[in-house]
Design a protein around this ligand. Structure first.
Ligand code: NAD
Length: 399
């Protein structure tokens, strides 16, 4: 009947915001919108470090998709994507095949292991509610097993590889959580070791203000985090990690926070990618297929300064809001403005009551920064679910 069929793959930050905004912008009958996700819930990736360590409930990071979309305007298909075929303009799902006129790929990222032996097999990662549940249960189980087998002190060694924002936020939570677990299981805290291992000479990402790096590392070191800097890991084994220098650290728990790449489905579909990400044009389109838009961790965006914009929730949300305007314009035959990324700042948590951040030209740390972090989390919940969602999840509760 000529109504364009828009199919959105993935219900992360980018996919959900695209669909929600399209619901507002499109007039009935202008286009059909289908959202595909393998889960019936959306999760707040920026909050996963807490449920992973056990300092908050998994529920705090989960929002049912049914509560976020209007079924009269968006068709929701719960299924996993098996294959994208951009030449035939179809997507193969576990539950069947979908045809599209316009495709939006927001399938998120995967851990980048750089081919380091054993990482994919033996390290856990902070990528989804399911991987986070595994980490949380594994940590509890390590304490339980240690109680039965007290000679196995390596069960009380926790290694986090990568001291970017993901690794840093997670060690901050874990450093808070481990003393609680020691009390719960009656374990001597001096037996517990928490390592943050990083390839580069400092913690936190390159270019982060040195005074904040010093502050952050001080806070975490005081909480018991032992840094191993300039120490890339060479191999991950079932019983620990091997550093480049030859040192082996026996550990019952290894969490990989060494980097993120785009979803493999894109390269498998014939898209040109770099670390799994498609370098999109000014309108967030694939340069190869003009009816395929790529957003979030699957996309590679260059900012006005010519530098690569880091893959963050902030970027994906802005892309989703832009894309809805762009698609609404395009179904009406109007021309869209190019996408412009506006960096609003960065705040990373260091566990309870402390954080570091840069907003504009200001640096923030300590309690003020941790309050700001909470506000940013709440603002996102407000954006997708209004006040009711903020009230349900907003004051992220602990167990
Ligand atoms: P990242 O790529 O930023 O950091 C990975 C770190 O792992 C790097 O410091 C790297 O040197 C290190 N590493 C890689 N290989 C290693 C090895 N073999 N041995 C030891 N260390 C190794 O990844 P990330 O921290 O997951 O962040 C991903 C994206 O998400 C970034 O864009 C980040 O800005 C964003 N993020 C933002 C926030 C926030 O704003 N609060 C929180 C989490 C993530």
């Amino acid at each position: 009947n000529g109504t364009p069929r828009i199919v959105v793959l993935g219900a992360g930050y980018g996919g959900i915001v695209t669909v929600q905004r399209l619901q507002k912008l499109l007039r009935p009958g202008e286009a059909s919108v289908t959202l595909v996700s393998k889960h019936d819930y959306h999760y707040v990736t920026a909050h996963l470090h807490m449920p992973a360590a056990g300092t908050d409930r998994l529920e705090s990071a989960r929002v049912s998709i049914a509560s976020l979309i209007d079924p009269k305007r968006t068709r929701f298909v719960r299924s996993a994507v098996r294959r994208i075929d951009p030449k035939r303009r179809v997507v193969e799902l576990e539950s069947g095949t979908l045809e599209y006129d316009v495709l939006v790929v927001g399938l998120g990222g995967e851990p980048e292991t750089f081919g380091i032996p054993g990482v994919a097999e033996h390290a856990m990662n902070i990528r989804s509610l399911n991987t986070v549940r595994r980490i949380r249960e594994h940590i509890e189980m390590s304490f339980e097993t240690f109680k039965r087998e007290p000679h196995r002190t390596e069960l009380l060694t926790f290694v986090v590889v990568g001291a970017g924002f993901t690794g840093t936020e997670f060690v901050g939570e874990l450093a808070d959580r481990l003393p609680v677990l020691c009390k719960k299981y009656g374990v001597d805290p001096s037996l517990v070791k928490l390592y943050n291992i990083e390839a580069s000479p400092t913690a936190l990402p390159p270019g982060f203000p040195p005074e904040l790096v010093r502050y952050g590392m001080n806070v975490l070191s005081r909480k018991g985090v032992v840094y191993k800097l300039a120490s890339p890991i060479r191999e991950c084994r079932p019983d620990g990690v091997l550093l480049n220098g030859g040192e082996f650290i026996p550990a019952g728990t290894v969490v990989w926070a060494g980097g993120v790449r785009g979803n493999r489905l894109l390269e498998e579909a014939g898209f040109e990618t770099s670390r799994g990400q498609v370098a999109v044009d000014l309108y967030l389109r694939s340069p190869q297929f003009a009816n395929v838009y790529v957003i979030g961790d699957c996309s590679l965006v260059v900012g006005l300064d010519g530098k690569r914009v880091p893959s963050t929730g902030q970027l994906a949300v802005q892309q989703g809001a832009y894309l809805a305007r762009c698609l609404a314009a395009s179904v009406r035959g109007e021309k869209a403005e190019p996408f412009v990324y506006r960096h609003q700042g960065t705040v990373a948590s260091l566990g309870k009551g402390a954080a570091v951040g840069v907003v504009g030209s200001r640096i923030l740390y300590g309690y003020v920064a941790s309050l700001l972090k909470k506000l940013i989390d709440m603002r996102y919940l407000y954006l997708i679910g209004g006040i009711p969602l903020v009230l349900r999840k907003g004051v992220f509760k602990t167990d």
